[in-house]
Design a binder for this molecule. Structure first.
Ligand SMILES: O=c1ccn([C@@H]2O[C@H](COP(=O)(O)OP(=O)(O)O[C@H]3O[C@H](CO)[C@@H](O)[C@H](O)[C@H]3O)[C@@H](O)[C@H]2O)c(=O)[nH]1
Length: 443
């Protein structure tokens, strides 16, 4: 598995979650198009799904590398991924990954890459690399605003975050505190890993809408922040999903909302009802994706309000499990995205000019939702003071964003941002390549 001559070889190690592996893989693809050679390191269970996205075109330039985690109690190999992992085991997974450090060191010795690119919560990967004099760079799959806020809270406790547009409601603080309970040290894991990044940090973002947050983050950690762009997943299944595409073909331009809550979050029955009722009241066409935790699968019909499917008829389509999201968002019939505001979803929406109906659920998503409103490419469906979703509000905001005169500016802003992002082509990757080459030459 030796790297090709005259190329820079990079060992990438993302966190074991789809929302992280996917941007790492897309970055890998962009870099191999510029003559880099990539080793993508993950657990066997993750690699089996990564494989499907490494098409023939990349089979020589992206090599998959298995890392084996120790088998801890409650963490058999099929749990060496966040996909289907019970929430309380996230911290155990992180510990098991960290315990695989000797295996990671062996991989480094065997492959001897020029550079390591590691994820937000894997400082040990950077330590292993620097112990054998290989530079390591962090790649953040979150928004610069969110990471800047996380670092600010620890570096400058009690001091106001300089960007008041990024704030949290009280009920959101509680969900964040709860999420942090599952993380070792009970704190945002950004700091430790960021400080180890050699000279630069790669961030999945664009200066067009995150410039000031990038600069603030850069000043907090004294490293250059290099934007990587949107990194939308390449469509690999040109011929699949005909049924969905044909259904969309029959709808009018910009008449339909796509409704999805990412790869990790499962809506409770109450939330499914609130969302479904909101969609029903909105009278707007929709594709709704519903996912159930492993082992808790109930029929879609039972999960939805009684008689919902009959009342909706041809106006709505329900997809269970997984949707070809990027492909759907590109369809001309899509006029809005009801989203949990995971960062990958938002960047896909921005790239394709689809305005957002923000419905944040957890971790970084509330801050991302505030950003969406601030830059004017979407509106948030507000919750009640206890944090519950409200069907009437959901319906109202969907209509504003997709249909009503009031949402005209939002639709225009989304379209213009997309045009701006697409006009620049792969300019951002040029910047990334330049930085990485300089780093490897100066190591
Ligand atoms: O049915 C589906 C569901 C998801 N996706 C894709 O999966 C990714 C989902 O990513 P994201 O929107 O960021 O959501 P999560 O999977 O929830 O991502 C996690 O990681 C993100 C990036 O770090 C964080 O912003 C989120 O809060 C965190 O939950 C996107 O590329 C989607 O296109 C599909 O293609 N089909």
């Amino acid at each position: 598995m030796e790297a090709k001559k005259n190329t820079i070889s990079i060992l990438m190690v993302p966190w074991l979650a789809h929302g992280h592996i996917s941007p790492f893989l897309e970055l890998a693809k962009k870099l191999t198009n510029r003559n880099f050679h990539i080793y993508m390191c993950s657990t066997p269970v993750n690699l089996s799904s990564i494989k499907k996205n490494v098409t023939e075109k990349y089979s020589q330039s992206i090599k998959l590398v298995e890392i084996h985690l120790p088998s801890l109690p409650n963490l058999p190999p099929h749990y060496h991924t966040t996909n289907g992992l019970p929430h309380h085991l996230i911290s155990t997974l992180k510990t098991a990954f960290e315990m695989s450090t000797p295996n990671f060191s062996k991989i480094l010795q065997t492959l001897n890459p020029d550079l390591v690119i590691y994820d937000f919560n894997l400082p040990w990967a950077a330590d292993c690399a620097s112990s054998v004099n290989i530079p390591a760079v962090q790649f953040l799959t979150f928004s610069a605003a969110v990471v800047a806020l996380g670092i600010h809270m620890y570096d400058k406790p009690g001091e106001m975050f300089p960007f008041p547009e990024i704030y949290l409601h009280e009920y959101e603080m509680l969900t964040i505190k709860k999420a942090l309970e599952y993380l070792p040290g009970n704190k945002f894991p950004f700091d430790e890993a960021l400080r180890r990044s050699r000279d630069i940090i790669l961030v999945k973002t664009c200066r067009d809408f995150e410039g000031k947050y990038m600069d603030y983050l850069s000043s907090l950690v004294s490293k250059k922040v290099v934007p990587v762009g949107a990194l939308v997943q390449e469509s690999i299944d040109q011929d699949g999903h005909e049924e969905i595409m044909q259904w969309l073909d029959k709808k009018e331009t910009s008449s339909t909302v796509f409704v999805s809550f990412g790869s990790e979050y499962f809506l409770s029955k109450e939330k499914i009802h609130a969302v479904a009722q909101g969609l029903e009241l909105s009278k707007v066409n929709f594709i709704l994706v519903i996912r159930f935790p492993q082992g808790e699968r109930i029929s879609t019909q039972d999960a939805l309000p009684e008689g919902f499917l009959e009342r909706i008829g041809e106006r709505g389509m329900i997809l269970e499990g997984w949707a070809p999201q990027a492909k759907i968002l590109q369809h001309s019939s899509i006029g809005g995205f009801v989203s949990h505001c995971g960062w990958n979803s938002l960047m896909e929406s921005m790239k394709f000019g689809v305005p957002i109906i923000a419905m944040p659920m957890q971790v970084d998503q509330p801050m991302n939702a505030r950003l969406v409103e601030y830059i004017g490419i979407g509106m948030e469906a507000m919750r009640d003071e206890k944090g519950n979703l409200q069907s009437e509000e959901i319906a109202k905001v969907i209509r504003k964003v997709v249909v009503d005169e009031m949402g005209k500016a939002v639709r225009k802003n989304a379209r213009e941002l997309s045009e701006k992002m697409n006009a620049k082509g792969d300019e951002k990757i040029d910047g990334v390549v330049e930085e990485l080459v300089a780093l490897c030459n100066n190591k």
